[in-house]
Design a protein around this ligand. Structure first.
Ligand code: ZN
Length: 82
């Protein structure tokens, strides 16, 4: 998911319908940022106080990323039909 121009990856499901996401930059930059999302309300309920240690992505990069995700989803759907 994207939050404040940063890409977050699923990390783990917590008890109580919340999901923890960690910044995509964790591998590359050891970025400490993480968020916890309420899965039902799709709202951020916790944001780590540790800031990102890298620059956020641009709006153009977000568009590219989302387009790529949609493409991957579409390919997966086709594979399931075939
Ligand atoms: Zn980060």
């Amino acid at each position: 998911m994207i939050y404040k121009n940063n890409i977050f990856w699923w990390s783990r499901d917590n008890k109580g319908k919340t999901v923890r996401y960690i910044c995509k930059g964790k591998n590359k930059y050891k970025c400490p940022a993480a968020i916890v999302v309420n899965n039902d309300l799709k709202e951020i309920i916790y944001e780590s106080e540790k800031p990102h240690n890298h620059v956020p992505i641009t709006d153009a990069q977000i568009k590219t990323y989302l387009a790529f995700q949609n493409l991957k989803r579409a390919l997966k759907a086709i594979q399931q039909i075939v």
